[in-house]
Design a protein around this ligand. Structure first.
Ligand code: ACO
Length: 331
């Protein structure tokens, strides 16, 4: 049996740091409010003129380096983002060209905070069926261009940051190691709870001056509802993933949760009776980077020696859609 594994990991964070104090100069908020509710202290913003695919290219470069590979070795690209360079074509195509590649297939995944896990599941399946052997999976976001830095938009604006993370997925030479399983879910009844309705294809044309005047160009979130469902679904899908592999919660060496909000992850850890130190968090430094947060965290835990060979790793995500999922990996 062929099993897929992660062969290399990379991340890229733009240099510009934006603290809670910086945000408090733009609209009515405070460092205390943001820290208490989200755990975030600062986030990174890309400069004007930088595209999502530019961040992705930097993370991909690092991932290739850590896998000991060249861009030409790749045979497929999967790009997860909710902040693509343009509405179409997909950012995967822009990334492919920026990496100096042609011909290989590029797939864009639009599953928001769960985008990386959905992408990983696709890569895993492609590798296991023998279709591709060297897949670049990248999650990248530029949120800072799409946030309303006003009192009306402050609930969302304080949460999100820019960044990119990438992995290379290929066959494992040891069938006991690699991606054991991935479990994906969605519930479209919640689609309007967290969304950006700027492109409304039922309007003719889909974007008007009125769209802008009414503030529909900014993301809208019912924060309490997100919180409530997230803290239920995250433990649920973790239990499902454990059960599918005949594992117990105590078998997991490290949890890499999507960095949506420190409180959500603390709540989920408490529900599962897992010590908080086992739930990695870096949201304090980067905010919520949506599809990029899990691969960024993965690259950090490897660099810091927190994740070691043979460790059992549980990745878990929840986000807009709602979509959620978990992936179990024997590292
Ligand atoms: N600074 C100061 N005050 C604020 C801010 C802000 N940034 N944002 C909202 N407020 C105010 C509100 O206007 C409100 O004021 P009022 O009482 O005068 O009306 C008050 O704070 C409380 O507002 P709530 O929306 O009720 O605040 P809540 O305690 O629910 O916290 C939050 C908001 C942090 C968004 C919370 O609901 C939450 O954590 N939800 C989870 C959402 C989340 O994590 N999303 C991440 C993206 S989705 C994903 O990745 C899974």
């Amino acid at each position: 049996m062929i099993r897929a594994k992660i062969l290399g990991v990379g991340r890229y964070l733009p240099e510009k740091r934006v603290t809670n104090f910086d945000l408090a100069k733009m609209f009515n908020t405070s460092d205390e409010w943001i820290r208490q509710r989200t755990g975030i202290v600062e986030r990174r913003y890309a400069e004007e003129g930088v595209y999502c695919s530019d961040l992705a290219r930097e993370a991909a470069r690092e991932a290739l380096k850590s896998a000991g590979m060249k861009a030409e070795d790749l045979d497929f690209i999967i790009f997860a983002t909710l902040s693509p360079d343009h509405h179409f074509p997909g950012s995967g195509c822009y990334l492919q060209a920026k990496m100096g590649l042609t011909e290989i297939g590029c797939l864009d995944i639009r599953n928001q905070c769960s985008g990386f896990l959905y992408s990983l599941a696709v890569a895993d399946a492609f590798v296991r069926m023998g279709m591709y052997k060297r897949i670049l999976v990248v999650g990248a976001e530029i949120h800072s261009s799409g946030l309303s830095f006003t009192d009306e938009g402050r609930d969302v604006a304080v949460i999100f940051g820019d960044g990119a993370g990438a992995v290379i997925v290929g066959p494992s030479d040891d069938p006991s190691r690699g991606i054991l399983s991935t479990h994906l879910h969605a519930d479209g009844r919640y689609a309007d709870i967290l969304r950006l309705e700027m492109f409304d294809i039922s309007r003719k044309p889909y974007l008007t001056h009125q769209t802008i005047d009414e503030g529909r160009i900014w993301p809208k979130m019912q924060g309490k509802e997100v919180f409530k469902v997230a803290v239920t679904k995250i433990p649920e899908v973790i239990e499902e993933a454990l059960q599918a592999n005949g594992l117990k919660i105590g078998d997991v060496d490290l949890f890499l949760p999507h960095q949506a909000n420190l409180r959500i992850n603390q709540f989920a850890a408490a529900r599962l009776e897992v010590p908080e130190e086992k739930f990695y968090s870096n949201i304090q430094r980067y905010g919520n980077t949506t599809a990029a947060s899990i691969p960024i965290a993965l690259s950090e835990v490897l660099e810091q020696g927190i994740l070691k060979e043979d460790h059992l790793l549980m990745m878990v995500a929840f986000g807009s859609g709602f979509t959620w999922g978990a992936s179990v990996i024997r590292w």
